[in-house]
Design a protein around this ligand. Sequence first.
Ligand SMILES: [Zn+2]
Length: 491
Amino acid sequence: MSSADTPTAPPSDPTASAEAAAPGGLKRAEAVARAALLDVESYDLRLDLASDTETFGSVTTVRFTSRGGTTFVDLKPASLRSVHLDGHPVDVDLLRRGRLPLETTEGPHELVVDAVMAFRNDGEGLHRSVDPADGRHYVYGMSFMDAAPSVFACFDQPDLKAPYTLHVTAPEDWVVIGNAPATNPEPGVWELEASQPLSTYFVTLVAGPYHLVRDQHDGIPLGLSARASLAADLDADAEELLTMTKQCFDEFHRLFGIRYPFGDYHQAFVPEFNAGAMENPGCVTFRDQLVFSSKVTRGQRIQRATTVAHEMAHQWFGNITTPLWWDDLWLNESFAEYMGNRVTADVTEYTDAWVYNSFSRRQWGLLADQRPSTHPVAGNGEEDATAALQNFDGISYAKGSSILKQLNATMGDEVFLAGAVDHFRSHFFGNATMHDLFASWERAGAGDLSDFTRGWLVTAGPDRIVLDRAAGALVRTPPPGSPADRSHTFR
Ligand SMILES: [Zn+2]
């Protein structure tokens, strides 16, 4: 995800939901227990977006294998029509706080949940809005971090990945785009191919009378979309956006040696979006203020370019290999931020991206790090999604990415990239932790990184570096109140 100029709003409950979510959402211990019990094979979703403007039909068929025991499925419906486990009805009145308990025997199971969900208007779940310019309706999906259960029934945690197949009914003048390529066999009917294995928080759908621009590069179908009322502005920006997308794909392929695996790459500029962008595999969503409708500064163009590259970096770091739990969200963002700046500076027209970063974006982290509320980059021990978001700030993005840049300078670029590639290959379409990544770097030849971790990642506050010209030396002052022992690599 990319932050907007203002911090991301914390997740909120669907207003139309009959049941409030559990406070703080899923706890880490609950996720560990459920992952130990279940393997999820596939999701099949039938969404009816055509029948009503307030709600939509959502029929989920999830196939999974259990080791036998009690668990629960997450869902936050407006109303729940029926639930069947292996063909047997489950009492829908057992739904409490967004959870329906399930008794499972050892072996394979099929759960079918027929629900009516509410369209939302807070930028989460399936967000539906009306364009004031022409009265047209637009929908997009935002499942991050824990909004997926207001779209479909699911085991909502990042480490229970599965492929998704979507069947969507929509008004006949709409286009429907999702995480996998779609066909439109008859007006108003959209069939999406089975996706690659995805975490629940990546599942999205962009649907409405969107204006589309299509292209392709190196075998990857590319798309851009925005509201019809922004068509002329999107067309004016399309060449710049598509050119940088192609340049970044070439560079990520060169650096990682792993092909982008999610099929099409669609970049959807959507209305009323809380964050800057969200890296949904195959269908990245951006706030549509990034389709410029007036003259903007070079800084704003650089910020947009690095956001495009940041979301592309996530296709590898985050989407192929996903954090096991929310406490490593900072690393997901730091890595994408670092690679986004680097690739933008190296291969796009914005060769000054690092300069912009140093006086603009980096200050965001530096300021946050000097406040009484500062916290270490890593190891804040988030037990649930809400707690993780509370520590999700300029330190997660800007300080974290500066530390990865420092780490790259310390271990050298070859080792840095070899470790990252080892991380992707070792956990392909899977999940991993910060410790897994550091183990990959150590295997790649970085040596023992425990001093680096102690100095940079688990202690808060910035060092002050002063050049003592008379002595011909750099003098480092650790942050007050924090005995951080850090070595710096300078060029
Ligand atoms: Zn991100």
